[in-house]
Design a protein around this ligand. Structure first.
Ligand SMILES: Cc1ncc(COP(=O)(O)O)c(C=O)c1O
Length: 492
């Protein structure tokens, strides 16, 4: 892996003579995809045909797809080259052994199970480890993780510090556990009822905020003292590693492979979405102890496919193996955070409220402060995501009350944060595209009083944010489109 760790800090040392702070790409694009930008009148029709849910927009109608980084990071030439070497066999594929060895070398854990993506790993974990009445304590939940745990009759408690839910903060590690809170929650349910403690790297739902290595060490020591199983969701490890390297003084000089091994040595089980970690499409579970491996192993052929492919195509497995190794390249892991920072700073300069500190994964616009006139039961983050598409063709993702599930009695569970995530997949966008996004959001912020709420017309019971359809409350979208057309007569 040494080839990926050399020359790791060139980018940090390049400064612009002009004094400007510009995120400089250490790669070039050699394959491109054509984009289309429809005029605002057409975008108004399209967002309504999509039930005002950005998940339901056809990609052909999207200008800049900032929905997610999942499975849409740009792949490297080495990843594409590896895909040609794939060994296509149902059982015993050489590709699987290469991936297994890569994961073992990367994390240093002995056992590996393949699964077709992150939530498939969660299904296997929850099926094997959750029983009715069991609890999982986590720094912060993720949508699919929670659904798999509750589906098996378990519950999820969160032990992130209060500060983490404050969109404006100076805390460099908002994903850290509050250890006193963790201890109170474990005591409250009884350690014997805790199925596992879950650490999520780069906490997705609260703005891509990292957890420090120091905090992970403390959580691990606590779990050992209480004999609790510790599970690590490494899907967003790449961004989290960048922040450990750049914000945690004790780690500044530590090589990335050492940091990864140190994190992994604290965990019993590590799972990941290979759509994120590894920039391909797949997933996997690394396991320290044989007993845990055996507890989960037989579920792979049941849910995923044979043990040597786990629902993945061999080509994706090859690309994932290379992508995982490339996570040890500082240029690769810095790509998203430095572009998020560039976008966040442009937005802040225009007064647009964003989650701070600027994190990984994407720039998180604070819909609560952007459009305070929209009540939470009318989904401000969902409304803002629809409005952003309408005035720019940019597709972001709602991360607020719509992403929650209703309470048993049908009442809304209001999210503590209302965010629109503008994801910045690795190596995909140019700086001019990032500037376009900031420009259009600046326009929207000036016209924010025109934005109204949404209401469901079709609401699925589980994970409603994926497939739910909504309509605007009133005619605010027509008025917003008209105001845009007045300032931008071409409608573009
Ligand atoms: C932290 C985290 N865990 C799990 C998942 C689920 O992974 P997948 O989309 O591959 O099913 C995601 C996906 O966004 C994630 O961000």
């Amino acid at each position: 892996m040494s080839d990926h760790t050399q020359n790791n800090h060139a980018q940090k040392n390049i400064v612009f003579f002009s004094g400007e702070n510009i995120p400089l790409e250490m790669h070039k694009a050699r394959m491109v995809q054509r984009l289309t930008l429809h005029p605002v009148e057409r975008r108004l029709e399209i967002i309504n045909q999509a039930g005002n849910n950005t998940f339901l927009l056809p990609n052909r109608d999207v200008f800049l797809d900032m929905l997610t980084d999942s499975g849409v990071n740009a792949m490297s030439e080495a990843q594409y080259a590896a895909m040609l070497m794939a060994d296509d066999s149902y059982a015993g594929s050489e590709t699987f052994y290469r991936l297994e060895k890569t994961v073992q070398d990367f994390f240093g854990l002995k056992y590996f199970l393949p699964a077709h993506q992150g939530r498939a790993c969660e299904n296997i974990l929850a099926t094997a480890l959750i029983r009715p009445g069991k609890t999982v304590v986590t720094n912060y939940h993720f949508t699919t993780t929670k659904s798999h745990i509750t589906r098996q009759g378990g519950q999820v408690l969160e032990a992130v510090a209060e500060d983490a839910l404050n969109p404006v903060s100076q805390n460099p590690f908002k994903g850290n556990f509050d250890l006193a809170l963790l201890d109170r929650q474990v005591a409250q349910v009884g350690p014997e009822n805790v199925a596992f403690v879950r650490i999520e790297a780069g906490t997705n739902l609260i703005g891509g905020q990292p957890i420090s290595l120091g905090n992970m060490r403390e959580v691990s020591a606590y779990c050992k003292s209480k004999k609790l199983l510790l599970v690590f969701d490494a899907s967003l490890l790449a961004d989290n590693l960048y922040f450990i390297k750049t914000r945690e003084t004790a780690c500044a000089e530590k090589p990335l492979p050492t940091i990864v091994r140190e994190i992994a040595s604290l965990m019993d089980i590590i799972y990941f979405s290979g759509r994120k970690l590894g920039c391909a499409r797949g997933g996997g579970i690394a396991i320290a102890k044989k007993a845990h491996y055996l507890q989960m192993r037989d579920l792979v052929p049941l849910f995923e496919g044979f043990l040597t492919y786990g629902g993945m195509s061999v080509r994706e497995m090859e690309a994932m193996a290379v992508g995982i190794r490339e996570t040890l390249d500082f240029h690769v892991i810095s790509q998203t955070p430095i572009f998020v920072e560039a976008l966040g700073k442009e937005l802040q300069a225009k007064g647009v409220p964003v989650v701070t500190p600027l994190g990984g994964l994407g720039c998180h616009v604070d819909a609560g402060r952007f459009i305070p006139q929209v009540p939470q039961i009318q989904y401000p983050a969902g409304s803002l995501a629809a409005a952003i598409y309408l005035i720019s063709g940019v597709r972001g993702m709602e991360r607020g009350t719509m992403s929650e599930q209703r309470e048993e009695d049908g009442s809304e569970r209001l999210s503590p944060v209302e965010l629109v995530r503008l994801a910045v997949p690795k190596r995909v966008f140019t700086l001019s595209q990032i500037k376009y996004v900031a420009d259009r959001l600046g326009w929207l912020y000036k016209n924010r009083d025109l934005v109204g709420g949404l209401e469901f017309v079709d609401e699925p019971k589980t994970l409603r944010f994926f497939l739910g359809r909504l309509k605007p409350v009133g005619d605010w979208q027509e008025r917003l489109a008209k105001a845009f057309k007045k300032d931008m007569p071409s409608g573009l």
